[in-house]
Structure formats: C-alpha cells, structure tokens
Design a protein around this ligand. Sequence first.
Ligand SMILES: NC(=O)c1ccc[n+]([C@@H]2O[C@H](COP(=O)([O-])OP(=O)(O)OC[C@H]3O[C@@H](n4cnc5c(N)ncnc54)[C@H](OP(=O)(O)O)[C@@H]3O)[C@@H](O)[C@H]2O)c1
Length: 326
Amino acid sequence: MMNCQSDHNAPVRVLVTGGSGLVGRAIQHVVREEGGAKEGEEWIFLSSKDANLMNVDQTRAIFEKHRPTHVIHLAAMVGGLFKNMKYNLDFWRNNIYINDNVLQAAHDVGVVKVVSCLSTCIFPDKTTYPIDETMIHNGPPHESNFGYAYAKRMIDVHNRACFQQHGHCYTAVIPTNVFGPHDNFSIEDGHVLPGLIHKVYIAQKEGKPLVVWGSGTPRRQFIYSLDLARLFLWVLREYPEVDPIILSVGEEDEVSIKEAADAVVEALGFKGEVVHDTSKADGQFKKTASNAKLRRYLPDFTFTPFKQALKETCDWFVANYDSARK
Ligand SMILES: NC(=O)c1ccc[n+]([C@@H]2O[C@H](COP(=O)([O-])OP(=O)(O)OC[C@H]3O[C@@H](n4cnc5c(N)ncnc54)[C@H](OP(=O)(O)O)[C@@H]3O)[C@@H](O)[C@H]2O)c1
C-alpha cells in the first residue's frame, strides 16, 4: 500500500476544479452551509469560465493565480450512456488533456494533496462481483464508454507514478452514479436518474405516458451528491493512500433501472402509464461495487436514504425548472 499522509502546517487553500457542476455544487454546500470548512481555510471553486483546463497555458495561469495547497479535481467532460456512445473520441482527448494539465500544474505549484474523481463505470466490463479498487486495470471497459474510461484510468497511473517519482500524495475517489441538485437533467446527454426525473416531469405536464429507455433490468448503485461531498472532505483531510477508494452505498442498496423509475414516479406523484422502450440500449448490465474499504475506514458513515435523497432532488428540479441544466 502506498501511504502518503502529508504534514502540512501552512495555511490551507483548496482549489476545486469543476466547482460549478453537480459534485462541485454539493461540496460548496457542505463547505459553506454545513460548516465543512475549517478555521483559516480558503476555498476556491472554479468553473470553465475561469479557465479552460483543456488548455495548458490557462491551467498553469489559474494555478499560479491561486497557488493552492490542496486540490479537489472534478472538472471533466461528463455524460450519460447515449452521449458517451456518440463521442468516445472527445471523451478520451478532452479528459486526457484536462487531467494531465491539472495534475502537472498541481505539481508545478507545490500542491501537497490532490483528490481526483474516477467512476465505477471505468471498471472492466467482464469481471467478477463485487468490483473493488484493485480491479481498475484488469481488462477492457464496456465498449459504450471506452474513451471516458481509459482517460479516467490514466489518472490512477499518473498518481502512482507521481508518488514514485516525487512522493506526492495525489489520490482519487471512485463514486458510483451520483445524483442531486444542480445535476444535468438533459434527457439526451444526462445520466439515467436526472434524465428520468426530467422525463417524468414532462410526461406529467403533457399527460402522456412515461417512456423509460432500455429494458429496466440493469442495476445501479446511486450516491447522493451531498453524501459524496461529505466523503470528499474526509478523503482530502484523512485518507492516507495513493490507491483510490470506492465511495458507494452498500451492495444491498443496488436498484434496477425499473425500481429507480418507479421511485421517481412516486417522488413526483406521476399517475400516468409507464412504458419500457426495449429498442434503446441498456449499457452495462451491472457494476456492483464493494464499499468494504470505505467501511473499514468509516464504519459509521450514514448515507441519506435513497427515497429521501431522490425526493429532495425532484423537489429541487421542480423549484428550479427554469434555470436547471437540461
Ligand atoms: N455524475 C456522475 O454520476 C459521476 C459519477 C462518477 C464520477 N463522476 C465524476 O465526478 C466529477 C464531477 O462530475 P459532475 O457530475 O459534477 O459533472 P458536471 O455536473 O457535468 O460538472 C462538470 C464540471 O467540470 C467543468 N468543466 C468541464 N469541462 C471543463 C473544461 N474544459 N475546463 C474547465 N472546467 C471544465 C464544468 O464547468 P462549467 O460548469 O463551467 O461547464 C463543471 O464545473 C467528474 O470528474 C466525473 O467524471 C461523476
């Protein structure tokens, strides 16, 4: 195990790339509204308007400007199954550039800790279950998102090499499907849950049936963005390893897409017909991940119950329909 806990006593300045996205906004909430920041800490949240991190000069300039001591690296080209299937080349190139620029700029300005973000959808397609942190590089990812998956896997390669060569404490977390306020609710390009929420909302408004894409049988673990944000702060402060850690609810909390759709229907009080369009792709059947490592470190962490988190997300979407990303 590569352990790298750093003793950092100087003032802490945390730079969050992708600070305007789903996960970034949740971290903002925990830092600003839940007292997540410590006395004397400075938090800087970036969006793509502050710097295009695909560009090496803009990345260097923004790191020189803020000179962070710690970085949470979230910025990425992100999308659901259907966007991934269309744009594998863009997912590969854009994410490779962003990650290399950010991790190198962090090294250049002497950042002591970086926490980057992988995803459970980067694991091998053919695998045994449950998936754990040791299996990232054990075989090709699902063909639907190989561009995104290989780019994300290279963050782990970068972190290990960076520890070996420079002794840096740069690590990564591996969340399962994230959802919450400020998600991208696009039906074409977004992830399954925000897409479903948007579809149910429209079906309800127009009095039409809800059409769920795919068979409904694939299974997923969902993590509420606010739970993920709380765990991110723990990883930044306490997690001592370079090797990544899966941040997920337990295997027993996995739900089928049909169950997820039913939960959205319930949360929004939709009374119409529900149809499954099996001509649409299902994606990977399951990617059940083990949170045993997380549980070894944090046996008592409580996740928000799925239905409560979903209700809060649906309420947020309805209240912010005009301004929500969709
Ligand atoms: N959502 C999930 O289910 C999920 C699951 C596992 C892992 N993850 C990972 O979690 C991280 C955050 O995802 P998210 O769901 O919060 O994504 P998101 O809502 O789409 O946010 C993406 C963020 O990245 C920024 N960004 C994108 N391209 C950029 C560029 N070229 N230069 C600078 N900033 C750029 C965006 O800035 P703008 O707001 O200005 O566009 C935004 O702040 C990603 O690394 C993703 O791979 C997400």
